[in-house]
Design a protein around this ligand. Structure first.
Ligand code: PEP
Length: 257
């Protein structure tokens, strides 16, 4: 298996300036001494990206992610940030398709497809989020729901471009709710996603694509989730806001590397 093991922390719209630098410093001080078998990704609010990227530049297994970008590469879009700008700042990743962006900012499949294209063309790596709401899971339609998200917003990429993509499976019913998908629910969906990538592209592309689990991932459940063969790491929200919890999740991934 040649895919990367990744633990990413999505800070969302949390932490003031001092808190953000305290959290980043706490994580980076320990990350420096950790095995480089696990790639650590920090996604702070946009105003902190540049400084936190500079703080982490000497630790090769740490990368920084933006939480969003616009679908155009530049222009009169007041308040927006483009993938070109992020790439010029040497920000490695952008998270796209997060359920909060889909819900609160009306990001449709079509808009996301454009964002994916623009980010990839700018040279960024993407963490592409997908995942079903509770009513879809209850009616056992989660696979077709997630497949549509992939087909409509991701599968237009070429085989070469897919190498810039990390997928994050985040069941919406598990995000910020304390409710986690069981290890077998996570494994089943990750395996399904990998199969779809293999069918659309090749088994080599599918094998190389890291698929992260997100949804109330925490120190107490990380190890059993990461023990699943298609769960390559985690996209962590709430538990990434405390250095100690986030570091424990990284350790759980490293132990099974
Ligand atoms: C997320 O929003 O990406 C997420 C996984 O959040 P939480 O860990 O808080 O459920």
């Amino acid at each position: 298996m040649n895919r990367r093991l990744i633990v990413a922390g999505n800070w969302k719209m949390n932490k003031n300036l001092m808190e953000a630098f305290t959290l980043a410093s706490g994580v980076l001080a320990k990350a420096k001494k950790m095995s480089n078998k696990v790639e650590i990704v920090l996604a702070p609010p946009a105003p902190y990206l540049h400084t936190i990227n500079s703080m982490s530049k000497d630790i090769a297994h740490v990368n920084i992610a933006a939480q969003n970008c616009h679908f155009e590469s530049n222009g009169a879009y007041t308040g927006e940030i483009s993938a070109e700008i992020l790439h010029s700042m040497k920000i490695a990743y952008v998270i796209l398709g997060h359920s909060e962006r889909r819900k609160y900012f009306q990001e449709t499949h079509e808009i996301l497809a454009k964002k994916v294209t623009t980010a990839v063309k700018a040279g960024m790596k993407i963490i592409f989020c997908c995942g079903e709401p509770l009513e879809i899971r209850k009616s056992e339609r989660e696979e077709s729901y997630v497949l549509k998200q992939l087909e409509e917003s991701l599968f237009h990429l070429s085989e070469a471009e897919m190498q810039q993509v990390v997928v994050a499976y985040e069941p919406i019913w598990a995000i910020g709710t304390g409710e986690t998908a069981s290890p077998s629910q996570a494994q089943d969906m990750h395996q399904f996603i990998r199969m779809q990538i293999a069918e659309k592209y090749t088994s080599e592309v599918a094998d190389a694509c890291s698929i992260l689990y997100g949804g109330s991932c925490k120190p107490s459940n990380a190890a059993e989730l990461f023990a699943q063969k298609d769960v390559d790491g985690g996209l962590v929200g709430g538990a990434s806001l405390q250095a100690e919890d986030f570091l424990q999740i990284i350790q759980a991934r490293a132990k099974q590397a």
